[in-house]
Design a protein around this ligand. Structure first.
Ligand code: COA
Length: 165
């Protein structure tokens, strides 16, 4: 008899800091180009820093059968007043193509809608074509804006926006 697999998404709380660290460090090691921070700087964070991040920033964790398999963050961007942004998107390789990533995007859309906005923005690096294709598939469109990534000017970021229903 095979047991049914269970996927859940939960808002990250202080007690989830070890899961947050696990999946964030995995993301930074797996796809370094995709993120504004690096594995090398994040691996040096203290437990207190992870606990602080887990409890003060807005993260959602995807859990499959008790194991963290993905994450996403929602937040603001001072350069674009009044907007809501999707950051830190990641699903572990075995979870790709399953719909978990789309569920994480939907979760950020619900959070943004609860703030009274009708759009979600993100930046994506042009060197991660799978991410770009995924965002297009779930309804994000390029705004036309592009620029160099602050920490590595060899990388180009584009801005995408998703209109919420
Ligand atoms: C980006 C990410 C969250 C998307 O989740 P996912 O489960 O892989 O996404 P999906 O499989 O649903 O969609 C990806 C699409 O890209 C396509 N694709 C796969 N590899 C591709 C490539 N090299 N180039 C272009 N498209 C590609 C897939 O065919 C799929 O489209 P389809 O469903 O129409 O066939 C996940 O791949 C990931 O975590 N990647 C590493 C981290 C990352 O890049 N994060 C983005 C930060 S901005």
């Amino acid at each position: 008899m095979t047991r049914e697999s269970t996927l859940s998404i939960r808002r990250c709380a202080k007690d989830d800091w070890e899961d947050l660290r696990t999946i964030r460090l995995e993301a930074l090691a797996d796809t370094p180009d995709a993120y504004g921070s690096t594995y090398e700087e994040s691996v040096r964070w203290s437990n207190a820093q992870w606990k602080n991040a887990a409890s003060t920033r807005l993260y959602y964790l995807a859990d499959r059968d008790g194991r963290v398999v993905g994450m996403v963050s929602g937040g603001y961007n001072e350069a674009y007043p009044g907007t809501r942004w999707l950051y830190g998107m990641y699903v572990t390789p075995r979870e790709r193509g399953t719909g978990t990533a789309a569920l994480l995007v939907r979760t950020i859309g619900e959070w943004a809608r609860s703030h009274g906005v009708s759009e979600v923005y993100l930046h994506v690096t042009t060197s991660v074509p799978r991410a770009r294709a995924f965002y297009e598939k779930v309804g994000f469109r390029p705004t036309g804006e592009s620029f160099e990534m602050y920490r590595d000017q060899s990388l180009t970021l584009i801005t995408m926006v998703q209109r919420l229903d």
